[in-house]
Design a protein. Structure first.
Lengths: 73, 422
């Protein structure tokens, strides 16, 4: 089966963009919280979930982006 | 059916605005409806399916963490499960006697009503799911989609059930207070997830969590309204009123139907609000519509002797009997202990058994009526009934990509989960 080389980019590419962008934003918010000491106000805020969960989203998003770069639907 | 389900999503979307942002519930319902109405009216089914894919990832990334943090706070999953009351500690071990579990149902009711009728009915008669199969690029994708989806369906309780258990446990420990239901005045269990998001998620994550909840409900509503729009436009309007309609005219009718569907969803959202938990409402709808429809679908697909009159009147009889049982039990005209074989029936056990009886009534009535009415010529049933249809599905695939192999893997995971939560 031959792959398409033009047309609309595959939806998985957009999934990658969305996860990467949102991951960066969540991660940045988490880093800012550390300096502003805002994260401490939520339960388990001392674990800084925004930072590591944002990082997980970025990594997943980049995997989608790289794997689907140049693919079209 | 799709409009009733759509109302649920609309109501839950409004609930998120109400709990997290403190907006008025009525205003939230109307604003949510307007947003979805606009994007389906102009984008159609394609926009609904594309946004569903994006929303799928948002839901998992936005809500998975709630359960993870809940488990961490309560000292691990085993710790949560081991401290549950005996009645909530197992799936099958507490289902020998109806009085041993919270649902008030035995394993017979679970297998027949929930496992067979409601579950099979959901996967095979919910038009939202069927429409996704219709829009697949080929037969192989259509067959594999529900099988792959089953893995995520089995993982979903990690968010829903574990999240619910965390909320229940924290409330039991006096560390969490859920909101009070505006109609019944009882604890509002539907607020558990938004309240947990507010508890665990700091600034950046709380936006993701709210977006995930909204995405889930928005996907559900958009899918249901677009399904309603398709069924009305193609199966009712074009089939009965205007057989020679042009594509342009059908698109216009589809858009008008979408707007009507959104308004009907608003009405059903207020109906959903009257139930204390949304699960009771969903299962009630399924027992009225999907349970008898599943019997019709089974006979229609596998029994060539089934007639149109048998299917139609059997379905009507099944639906009417289900709704009559619902009304009868709620108004005290019918003793639900007789229908459920339980001395202490709950709303859920009523629903599970009602689904089974509705299915059985529809199944038996369809067979009897079909045997007394004129069957269709067999040549008219080619392509419609199993056994009379030539199956042309012969794609050679690698072993691990064959549908039955993936289905067996899904079955193995289901068995393993049942044993773990026995």
């Amino acid at each position: 089966m031959t792959e398409k080389t033009e047309g609309l980019k595959t939806i998985w590419y957009f999934v990658g963009i969305m996860l990467t962008l949102m991951g960066v934003l969540v991660c940045l918010a988490g880093i800012i919280d550390v300096f502003m000491s805002v994260a401490q106000k939520t339960v388990l805020g001392n674990l800084h979930p925004s930072i590591w969960w944002g990082a997980v989203m970025v990594v997943t998003g980049l995997i989608f982006l790289i794997k689907n770069r140049g693919k079209y639907s | 059916m799709t409009v009733l389900m759509s109302g649920i999503n609309l109501y839950l979307m409004a609930l998120v605005f109400y709990v997290v942002l403190g907006w008025d519930l009525n205003m939230s319902i109307w604003i949510s409806a307007a947003v979805i109405g606009v994007y389906i009216t102009f984008g159609g089914l394609l926009s609904a399916i594309f946004t569903e894919i994006l929303q799928f990832f948002l839901i998992w990334f936005g809500l998975f963490l709630v359960s993870v943090l809940g488990i961490i706070e309560l000292g691990g999953l085993d710790n949560i499960l081991s401290t549950l009351p005996e009645r909530m500690s197992g799936l099958w071990s507490t289902a020998i006697n109806a009085s041993d579990n919270e649902m008030g149902v035995t394993w017979v009711g679970l297998v027949l009503g929930l496992g067979f009728v409601l579950s099979f009915g959901y996967w095979t008669t919910d038009f939202l799911l069927i429409q996704r199969a219709f829009s697949a690029k080929d037969l192989d994708s259509a067959r594999k989609t529900p099988i792959y989806a089953s893995f995520f369906k089995m993982a979903l309780p990690f968010i829903v059930v574990i999240g619910g258990l965390v909320a229940w446990k924290l409330q039991d420990l006096g560390q969490l207070q859920l909101l009070t239901h505006p109609v019944s005045g009882e604890v509002w269990n539907d607020t558990a997830l938004p309240v947990l998001i507010a508890r665990y998620f700091p600034a950046g994550l709380v936006g993701l969590g709210i977006t995930a909840l909204l995405a889930g409900f928005m996907a559900g509503q958009a899918g249901n309204v677009s399904a309603f729009n398709t069924v009305f436009t193609y199966d009712i309007y074009r089939a009965l009123f205007k057989k020679d309609a042009t594509d342009k005219h059908l698109i216009f009718v589809g858009r008008v139907t979408t707007v009507a569907g959104v308004f009907l969803s608003i009405l059903t959202a207020y109906a959903a609000m009257r139930f204390n938990t949304i699960m009771d409402y969903i299962q009630a709808i399924f027992s009225w519509v999907n349970a008898p429809l599943f019997a019709t679908m089974l006979l229609g697909m596998f029994w060539a002797r089934c007639t149109s009159a048998g299917a139609f009147w059997g379905l009507i009889l099944g639906m009417v009997s289900s709704f009559t049982m619902f009304i009868g039990i709620n108004f005290g005209w019918i003793n639900s202990a007789i229908l459920t074989f339980s001395k202490h029936p709950s709303d859920m056990s009523n629903t599970v058994w009602r689904a089974w009886w509705a299915w059985l009534i529809c199944f038996v009535a369809t067979i009897i009526i079909s045997l007394f009415t004129k069957p269709k010529p067999r040549e008219d049933l080619f392509g419609l009934v199993k056994g009379l249809t030539e199956e042309t599905f012969h794609i050679r695939q690698p072993f691990l990509k064959r549908p039955w192999v993936i289905a067996m893997a899904a079955l193995a995971v289901a068995v393993a989960l049942n044993i773990y939560f026995w």
